[in-house]
Each structure stands twice: as C-alpha cells, then as structure tokens.
Design a protein. Structure first.
Ligand code: NAD
Length: 353
C-alpha cells in the first residue's frame, strides 16, 4: 500500500514544524512544499529543516501551488499561511479544485460558519462536488478553549456556564502571529490598530464560542470582545519577535457570549512573548458550571507551537479518511497522538492501495 502523500502550503514556523513531524511518522510522506519566501524557493526542504534526506526523494520548495500538486496523487494539502477565512478561501478553493483534501490551521477555519456563513456554505458545496474534505484545526482555536471544554462536558448531565482561560506564550509562533498581535509596536500604534481594526489580537473567539454553543446547544444572542495591551517593563526577545521596554509584548483578550443579559460562555486569553521573563505562569483552565461541576487546570500551558503542529499532524489521516464536505473538530473522531502507521487510519480497508 502506498504512503499517505502530503503537500504543505506555507513553510513558516508552523509549516516547517508540521513537515518535520510528518517526516518522522510512519506511512506518510511530504511530496511537495509551496512557499513564496524567496530565501526558500528552489531550496531542498531537508536543507531548510537541517535533517538528513536519507533515501527519501528530493523535495524543493516551489512558489506555485499547481506545481506543488501536479505530481499526483496528493492526499492532503496542509495550509499554514493565513488566519482569516476570506484570505485562505481562494487557496482552499484552488486545492479542492485539484481534488485534494485540505487541512488548515487558519484560526477562523476552525468554525468558519461563525463569521463567514456564505463562504462556509461555498466551501462545503465545493468539497462535496470534488469528493474531498476540508478541516480547520489547531491548538487554539481547535482544542484548548473549545473542543476540550466540549469533551469534558460529556461527563456532565447539565451545563449552565462555560469558562475557558488560556494564559500562554506567543514565543513559538512566526512573523504572521507577531504582526497580528502587534508585538514590539508602541502603545499609541496599538491603540490606533484597535480603533481602526487593523490589529487582530487573538483570532478565534467567535469560532470557539460558536463551536461550544453548537455542541452544547447553548445558543447566545451576542458576543462581546475586549482587547487590552500587555506593555513590557523589560526588553523581551523571542525567536520571531522583539518588544523593547515600554512597548507591546502581547495582548490580553477577553470575550463573553450573552443570552439576553446573562453570560453563558466566558473566554479569557492573555498571550505574550516570553512570559517567563516577567514571572507570568502559563496555564490552561476550564471551569464548567452545572452537574457535576468540572474544574480543569493544566500547568504550564500546553505548548502552543508544538500543540498546533501536533494537532495538524494527528488530524491529517482522519481528514483523508473523512466524508466529503466542510468539517469541524466536532465531526472528527477524538484527537489522539497518532504514532502508528498513518495508512491504517487514512486508508481503512486498504482504500487507495
Ligand atoms: P509564519 O509567518 O511563520 O509562516 C507563514 C508562511 O506562509 C511564511 O513562510 C510565508 O512566506 C508563507 N506564505 C504566506 N502566504 C503565502 C502564499 N500566498 N503563498 C505561499 N506562501 C505563503 O506563520 P506561522 O507561525 O507558521 O503561522 C501560520 C498561520 O497559522 C498564521 O496565520 C497563524 O495565525 C496560524 N496559526 C494558527 C494556530 C491555531 O491554533 N489554529 C496556531 C498557530 C498559528
């Protein structure tokens, strides 16, 4: 039986980690990589990742997705380039039209119907037309502030309130995230970015809340969101970011989903580069009110970079095996660390052999 064949679109901090992890797994191979960064185009992925090629075929980075998908069959394309549905939509469309399944870590794709219902419907129709599946996943959104709460609620007979808090480090993430969070900018630029909407902060509250609401049948009328700067009192340097004293080292985001004037979901997410440097302890906390109440604490936080890479790699064979259409994490089997042969999950009963 042939291996599961994967193309990567976006070879930044996350894409490279996903590539490196897949290369260490059984029954799966990385057949092509597409990235527009000139320093990578034409280069061997093994050279970029600094790992031996061994007896694997050469893979050189290309800047054209059609070229990356030309050497069929490709079972899944992992898109790690964007955060927003409207930006990643044309990429997903291009891949789906080639008859290839899509897994993306774009945050808004974790529950695209939350803010982009029309594009979500289009993607669902397109995926069904071409017989492939599309999934958005990641660490958050994707697991820590949504799916994990949903999973814990399985041990309850009634849920009246959901509170998810993630105190985390932004240090593992690449340039795209540094830009979205305004790492290193002045307080004035931060305020301006919040006012004119150019600064995103954490992307995913709408999607996390919508996923929880859908899963638990606790609809809400409105979602309000707040965004405050985390101003550093010392210089902080992470692999992809730098914030000088007095500048922005992160964003404290909060949101509340309201049913009338009653809060049903609360999301709390202060994130910054190098929190350890200023004595901030990271952690993940989920508190579910109801019967019986559940109080979960994970300290320190589940690592955001490795967690995202793992979620992408671990969900990938399930996406290949899934029914056609636009999927969310609510549609897939329980995520687990896939250490066995990818083909056993991706090609049940030897399908595609
Ligand atoms: P990054 O900036 O390190 O990497 C992005 C890469 O994509 C770069 O190498 C860039 O050259 C490439 N790229 C962008 N547009 C392209 C295009 N049109 N064609 C070819 N290449 C293109 O960012 P990252 O840290 O790897 O994160 C990638 C995306 O994933 C970000 O938008 C980030 O917000 C998101 N993300 C989501 C989660 C989650 O939990 N869901 C977690 C981490 C990152």
């Amino acid at each position: 039986m042939r291996n599961v064949r994967v193309a990567l679109w976006g070879f930044g901090a996350m894409g490279k980690g996903i590539g490196q992890t897949l290369l260490s797994r059984k029954g799966v191979e990385v057949v092509s990589v597409c990235d527009r960064y000139e320093g990578y185009v034409g280069k061997s992925i093994y050279e970029i990742l600094n790992i031996p090629q061994g007896d694997r075929p050469q893979v050189q980075v290309v800047n054209d997705i059609h070229q990356a998908l030309a050497d069929k069959p490709v079972d899944c394309c992992v898109i790690a380039t964007d955060s927003f549905v409207k930006d990643v939509f044309p990429k997903i469309e291009a891949v789906v039209k080639e008859g290839v399944n899509v897994l993306t870590i774009a945050e808004e794709m974790s529950y695209p119907a939350a803010q982009e219902p029309e594009l979500a419907a289009k993607m669902d129709a397109l995926a069904k037309e071409h017989g492939v599946s599309i999934l958005g996943t990641g660490i958050n959104p994707g697991l820590m502030m949504d799916l994990l709460a949903v999973c814990l609620s399985g041990a309850m007979t009634e849920v009246t309130h959901v509170r998810c808090e993630r105190v985390n480090s932004l240090s593992p993430f690449g340039a795209t995230v540094m830009q979205e969070q305004g790492i290193g900018i002045t307080v004035e630029d931060f305020d301006r970015g919040v006012q004119d909407g150019s600064l995103a902060g954490h992307v995913g509250f709408h999607e996390s809340a919508a996923m929880i609401a859908k899963a638990l049948s606790i609809p809400y009328d409105s979602l309000q969101q707040q965004m405050l700067p985390i101003i550093t009192e010392v210089d902080r340097k992470s692999p992809h970011g730098f914030a000088a004293k007095g500048h922005i080292a992160g964003v404290n985001m909060t949101a509340q989903a309201l049913q009338g004037d009653q809060e049903v979901i609360s999301l709390i997410h202060p994130q910054q580069i190098e929190p350890e440097q200023v004595g901030v302890d990271t952690g993940d906390y989920i508190t579910l009110q109801g019967t019986p109440p559940i109080d979960m604490a994970v300290k320190p936080e589940v690592n955001g970079g490795l967690g995202t890479i793992a979620m992408a790699c671990n969900c990938l064979p399930f996406v290949v095996a899934a029914r056609p259409g636009l999927l969310t994490m609510l549609d897939l089997p329980v995520p687990r660390c896939v250490m066995g042969d990818y083909r056993e999950i991706a090609f049940p009963e030897g399908r595609h052999a």
